[in-house]
Design a protein around this ligand. Sequence first.
Ligand SMILES: Cc1cc2nc3c(=O)[nH]c(=O)nc-3n(C[C@H](O)[C@H](O)[C@H](O)COP(=O)(O)OP(=O)(O)OC[C@H]3O[C@@H](n4cnc5c(N)ncnc54)[C@H](O)[C@@H]3O)c2cc1C
Length: 317
Amino acid sequence: MDIFQMGNALAQNTGLRIEHGVSLKKYTSLHIGGPAALFATVHTLPQAQALLSAAHELSLPVLLLGGGTNLLISDEGYEGLAVSLRFAGCAIADDGLSVTVGASVPAAALVDHLVHAGRQGLEFAAGLPGTVGGAIAGNAGCFGSSFGEHLQRATVLDAQGNLLEITDPAWFRFAYRHSRLSEELALIVDATFQLQDGDTAELCQTAQSHCHTRRTKHPGKHIRTAGSYFKNLPPKNPGEWRRPAGALLDQVGAKQLHVGDAAVFEKHANIFINRQNASAKDVLQLEALLQARVYDAFGERLEPEVRFVGRRPHHRR
Ligand SMILES: Cc1cc2nc3c(=O)[nH]c(=O)nc-3n(C[C@H](O)[C@H](O)[C@H](O)COP(=O)(O)OP(=O)(O)OC[C@H]3O[C@@H](n4cnc5c(N)ncnc54)[C@H](O)[C@@H]3O)c2cc1C
């Protein structure tokens, strides 16, 4: 079966509009990436379930797109089915100290709601770009905390489209900027977080202070970026903090570097920006250049935090 026949089969089995060759650029905050062979948008759980099940039947690889704020998509695009998750009706439901939220809710909107309701726990993520689903999948974090630490339960679809009720967060195998979903396909539909009672004024102040730090240290909203490019390094000794990759990158002159339109942000050595028309190849070359400099200077291997999707170019240098 060729890709057009697969698209027709998906459309017939799901009733969804399946598009061919949709550019993935506008689905990512870096604004980089070629076309998806097949593309669909889902708004409801039954649609997502039908689509995953039909894609599984056809052995089609699936890429889930939340806010696209942690993705670098190959210039050649994606050879499977890209699914933009736009769950409607993903309201935030409060139940005492638990809050259940749809996966497509922006993480920052959830935090805003919680701090104003005097619920403590997720305020570290004030102003975090992207969706709740993406934040759980990548165990997003900052200011010493991460999403996985606060998750209580979740509704998930597995790669076959089976509906799973996850009541043990250990299922997710959370680690630093990592979860089980970094390795295998599964779709988060909604999630419940366990919170504490907090003082609204104090929580608002903390959230505002985090947003202020982001505004002063990170690129503005109009700038194309995926945030920190490399993971921070493991601590030297057990119990210590991770070591910021940005500190090493600064010392090897990262802020002066660019490859084509892929450049290091002038105020933060671990943030890459797309100045205008950077390609994924440019970004990967900048990545390799910085990895080599840091390795030569410090013997440390930097690992990307941004998820690369698709086929890598053959000649990276
Ligand atoms: C300016 C800026 C600052 C940032 N600061 C931080 C920071 O402080 N800390 C941090 O950790 N990250 C940071 N990021 C990265 C990014 O915001 C987070 O990783 C965010 O949580 C990604 O969410 P998303 O919805 O955009 O996910 P996407 O980029 O769309 O997807 C990321 C991964 O999650 C998967 N995914 C998305 N939705 C779902 C779902 N519903 N079910 C299953 N899998 C799903 C995707 O398939 C993909 O593998 C920053 C990014 C920017 C642009």
